[in-house]
Design a protein around this ligand. Structure first.
Ligand SMILES: [Zn+2]
Length: 97
């Protein structure tokens, strides 16, 4: 299964994929800062930087949906950001300056 960069909500353990999730937005006021607004019924709001993302192994269907619930993802250890897919939002941020 493919590996994608995601951010995990510590409250409900859902992983949101930066590239496909509608819950993750790049903040325009603070450079390099993302904001995650978890989906209902959780509603947890969390701000994070690229370093806060981790690679997760998930099925294509789950990735396209934008998030993976507990048991649907597997954290990949020992893989750096460089070898994982860089989310489009991050590329856009780098080009802005
Ligand atoms: Zn949550």
């Amino acid at each position: 299964m493919p590996i994608h960069m995601g951010i995990k909500c510590d409250v409900c353990q859902t992983v949101h994929f930066v590239a496909t999730s509608r819950s993750v937005r790049l903040r325009e006021s603070v450079e390099g800062m993302y904001r995650l607004t978890c989906q209902p019924p959780c509603h947890e709001v969390r701000e994070f930087r690229k370093e806060g993302m981790h690679p997760y192994r998930v099925s294509d269907d789950v990735f396209k949906r934008g998030y993976a619930e507990e048991g649907e993802y597997e954290l990949v250890q020992g893989i750096g950001l460089r070898s994982a897919r860089v989310p489009p939002a991050g590329q856009r941020s780098a080009r802005a300056r």
